[in-house]
Design a protein around this ligand. Structure first.
Ligand code: ZN
Length: 62
């Protein structure tokens, strides 16, 4: 699932993962940096789950 453009526009942007992690360290809650496929920059998400790392589609043999 792609990042929604609205979300992208309202979120902070970071040039790289390292920059995002520095800022995430200041948050009380657990936040994770992730690469945005809209703008190519990094955002922070506070969601613990739901953002899955893309995994190869397992095609079940019929
Ligand atoms: Zn973005």
């Amino acid at each position: 699932m792609r990042t929604r453009l609205r979300i992208c526009k309202t979120k902070m942007r970071f040039a790289d993962q390292a920059a995002a992690q520095v800022v995430s360290a200041h948050y009380d809650q657990l936040v994770r940096p992730y690469r945005c496929d809209r703008c190519g920059a990094w955002h922070l998400t506070s969601r613990r789950k739901g953002k899955r790392i893309a995994r190869p589609a397992a095609s079940a043999p019929e």
